[in-house]
Design a protein around this ligand. Structure first.
Ligand SMILES: [Zn+2]
Length: 440
């Protein structure tokens, strides 16, 4: 199963297996399916109505206690890190992970069962190149509990990790380049380990019904309890690396850098993934051209006004400068002191109202909806805005780059868009918008 490093890959065919869910103790079946280029990894809840999917993206991270949980709306998928680590390290960029429960089968607490599954399904190259995150400057995150993760520039994706238990018991170190072969041999078999004092209260509350010595190593004082003997003398640090790979897969890009992790945990892994995603957004914003592309690459103001019914003072887009895909585009709005809203917001201290930025995002998203529906007879009405954040003030003289991406389009009626506004390479506002379609 040789993986061509430059191209995106998916699984060759669908394949599945069943096992026990860690938290509920119930039986769960997981199936992998091939997915098109630029799809990424998505989890599908086959047990729920409409079979919703959740993107394995850092924006969807919900919880990092003991395991990594992602979700959208009220839908959750727990304990995603081992299956994500296996997919990512074995070279799978695009796949649907379908499950009939809210977490994958725990297997033996390692990533072995997922690697076996990926081998069964095969890994095949696709036509598009992979997307990378090249580390340029050293980044780091740390926690009050002594965790430190540093990300250094490197041509390859490498992880060096140290692990130490209470009183520096079980101090271990392991360093590797993350390749499918090394992962399969050195990391995938390493099992989850837990401290007895940590799991005892959970067992008492019946919160880990599927937990047993079959799928975790339990450390109690000096004693190491497990069904089979340790698979490596440094199995703990290897499992820590497994979790780092799985959590960093949420970045959605192949990292080219060296992760140096001291006592890592899900919370700091996720924090690093978030920092990388933020840096990537900043770089994309910097790379955004300001001029009109030639051909069909953008829309000038006449074309914008043919699509949007809005007019002065409510037209909040000057031009569309790029359509990255059918569902993703960037608009530009140049803010001047002559904007009518500055007169009252606030006299002597002009700041662009946040609601106007949300309006700008909604207008750029509407243009995407129009391009997708290919009709101007219906218009997307803005229904709700979630996760709205205003991070920095927008002032006269600023140029706003309005990024919009359609994330969900449910039939003919509803659509959802993730948007953010960028000024001077920094995100100034963001929102998730919901639209419904009505005839004009
Ligand atoms: Zn783990």
């Amino acid at each position: 199963m040789a993986v061509t490093p430059e191209l995106q890959h998916t699984v060759g065919k669908s394949a599945g297996f069943s096992g026990t869910a860690l938290h509920t103790g119930e039986k769960v079946t997981l199936r992998l399916h091939p997915a098109p280029v630029d799809h990424g990894i998505k989890f599908k809840r086959k047990d729920l109505q409409d079979e919703p999917t959740i993107d394995a993206k850092i924006e969807n991270l919900k919880m990092v206690e003991r395991a990594t949980t992602i979700g959208e709306g009220s839908i959750r998928v727990h304990t995603v890190e081992h299956v994500l680590a296996a997919l990512w390290a074995m070279g799978v960029d695009n796949a649907v992970v379908e499950m009939d429960a809210n977490e994958p089968p725990i297997g033996d607490g390692s990533a072995q069962s997922y690697v076996d599954l990926i081998r069964k399904a095969g890994v095949i190259a696709q036509e598009e190149p992979r997307k990378f995150f090249h580390v340029r400057d050293t980044m780091h995150v740390e926690s009050k509990t002594g965790t430190l993760i540093i990300l250094l520039p490197d041509e390859k994706f490498r992880i060096s990790c140290t692990q130490a238990g209470p009183n520096n018991q079980f101090s271990q170190f392991f360093s590797m380049e993350v390749t499918p072969a090394v992962f399969e041999r050195e990391i995938a078999p390493a099992r989850t380990f837990v401290y007895y004092e940590d799991v005892k209260p959970l067992m008492d509350k019946n919160l880990i019904k599927g937990g047993s010595l079959e799928n975790a190593i339990v450390v109690r004082g000096e004693a190491v309890l497990s069904k089979e003997p340790l698979r490596f003398s440094d199995e703990f640090v290897r499992h820590k690396i497994l979790d780092v790979i799985g959590d960093l897969a949420l970045v959605g890009r192949r990292i080219r850098g060296h992760v140096v992790a001291v006592k890592p945990g899900h919370a700091t892994n996720a924090e690093l993934a978030r920092a990388i995603a933020r840096e990537q957004t900043r770089r994309s914003a910097v790379a955004t051209p300001r001029t009109m592309p030639s051909g069909d690459g953008g829309l000038d103001i006449d074309q914008v006004m043919q699509i949007l019914p809005h007019r002065f003072p409510f037209l909040m887009v000057d031009r569309i400068i790029s359509f990255e895909t059918e569902t993703k585009c960037v608009g530009v709005k140049t803010v001047t002191i002559n904007e009518p809203f500055f007169q009252g917001h606030f006299p002597g201290h002009p700041v662009m109202p946040g609601v106007m930025q949300v309006e700008a995002m909604a207008q750029v998203a509407s243009i995407l909806l129009f391009k997708l529906a290919k009709t101007t007879s219906r218009i997307g009405y803005f229904m709700s805005a979630d996760e709205v954040k205003f991070r920095k003030p927008v002032l006269p003289g600023d140029t706003i780059f309005i990024h919009a991406e359609l994330t969900k389009s449910r039939g003919e009626r509803l659509a959802k868009a993730k948007c953010h506004c960028v000024v001077n390479d920094a995100i100034v506002s963001e929102a998730e918008l919901m639209f419904t379609f009505l005839d004009k």
